[in-house]
Write a protein that binds this ligand. Structure first.
Ligand SMILES: [Zn+2]
Length: 347
């Protein structure tokens, strides 16, 4: 740390990060990340670590910012591997910086918070997102960034939209970024923006646990970790939205392409037989959700996220889904394979 004041800010950021990480409405699993600039060093959450562990574990990695920004500017593929820019002398745990490090480096403010806020995502999947957010964030300096894969493509998308003074980014089919000069100011801005973007969730009846247990039989499929995850299958509108494809990157990374729905009367062996694979999650319309026996904590968190997001989407809105090519580039992405490996190891 360059100064005592920076060290204090990093402590404050770790505490704020842990509280963000404890809210499933702001971040799920290893998603979301936070950073602090100290001189030319960017302290950023490590890839595959969970924000909720920011106080108990050392999850912040120091990165040399100037060469990373140069790589982004020159469209150098090195910007896809932020670990190249990690300052190894200060990186005792040999962690890799988040694949979203470039998002943080591009923002000029000292403190950057990037969250997968479910209210924001629910707006960011709607085709009318920009107009709806403009109405809600009137008076704020914000920018809308069209969907790009996280990493260098997203960094370039942000660079194209960034204007002086912008401290809020709405990332289409992805999430929210807020930035400020201090941790305290960033926390206030995050609270303000998430309140302005908040939307009520459609309420559903309870999951039919007895029916789900019977449908699982001896397949090894289990109830999801969070009871809230069932809502996506119970609410017909949410179910329709989920059935039509993948809405944001972490869904694809942790759960695979789109969602698999059981047909009326179909049990787990029926679904896996028809699909020829065992999907990470199966939605049983009107009843609830079952997760594959080896579903990680990350997969469970993402399944709940899908319920929380779709329950907030305007039922009349046209939705933007990830294209087949966008699904493919997430599934075949080396940086994500690393993050999933860490995720599996932590369960
Ligand atoms: Zn993200």
């Amino acid at each position: 740390m360059a100064t005592y004041a920076d060290a204090q800010e990093l402590t404050a950021l770790r505490s704020l990060s842990a509280s963000i990480g404890r809210s499933p409405h702001l971040t799920q699993a290893a998603g979301g990340n936070t950073s602090l600039k100290s001189g030319d060093t960017l302290w950023i959450k490590a890839s595959g670590t969970w924000l909720k562990d920011a106080v108990t574990d050392d999850i912040m990695v120091p990165v040399a910012m100037a060469p990373l920004l140069r790589a982004v500017e020159q469209r150098d593929s090195a910007a896809e591997q932020p670990q190249i820019f990690a300052i190894e002398a200060l990186n005792a745990r040999k962690l890799r910086p988040s694949i979203e490090t470039t998002v943080h480096a591009l923002m000029p403010q000292r403190v950057v918070l990037h969250v997968h806020c479910v209210d924001t995502i629910s707006l960011a999947v709607q085709a009318d997102c920009e107009a709806e957010v403009a109405r809600r964030l009137e008076g704020l300096e914000w920018a809308y960034v069209p969907y790009r894969r996280p990493g260098l493509p997203l960094a370039q998308g942000i660079a194209e939209r960034l204007r002086p003074g912008v401290d809020v980014l709405i990332l289409a089919n992805h999430g929210l970024v807020v930035a400020a000069e201090t941790v305290a100011e960033a926390e206030i801005l995050l609270r303000r923006v998430t309140l302005l973007l908040a939307r009520p969730a459609r309420q559903v009846v309870e999951a039919d646990i007895a029916a789900l247990t019977a449908l699982a039989g001896s397949s090894g499929y289990k109830l999801p970790a969070d009871i809230e995850a069932h809502a996506v299958a119970i609410d017909p509108e949410s179910c329709r939205m989920a059935a039509a494809g993948s809405l944001y990157p972490d869904h694809v990374i942790f759960l695979g392409r789109g969602s698999v729905l059981a047909k009326p009367g179909e049990d787990v062996p029926g679904v896996t037989g028809r699909c020829g694979t065992a999907p990470m999650a199966i939605l049983f319309p009107g009843l609830g959700v079952l997760m594959r026996g080896d579903a990680s904590a990350g997969a469970n968190a993402m399944q709940r996220c899908l319920a929380d997001v779709t329950a907030r989407v305007d039922v009349a809105a046209k939705l933007n889904y990830l294209t087949a090519a966008e699904n493919d580039e997430l599934i075949n992405w080396d940086a994500e394979k690393y993050r999933q490996k860490l995720n599996a190891a932590s369960n």
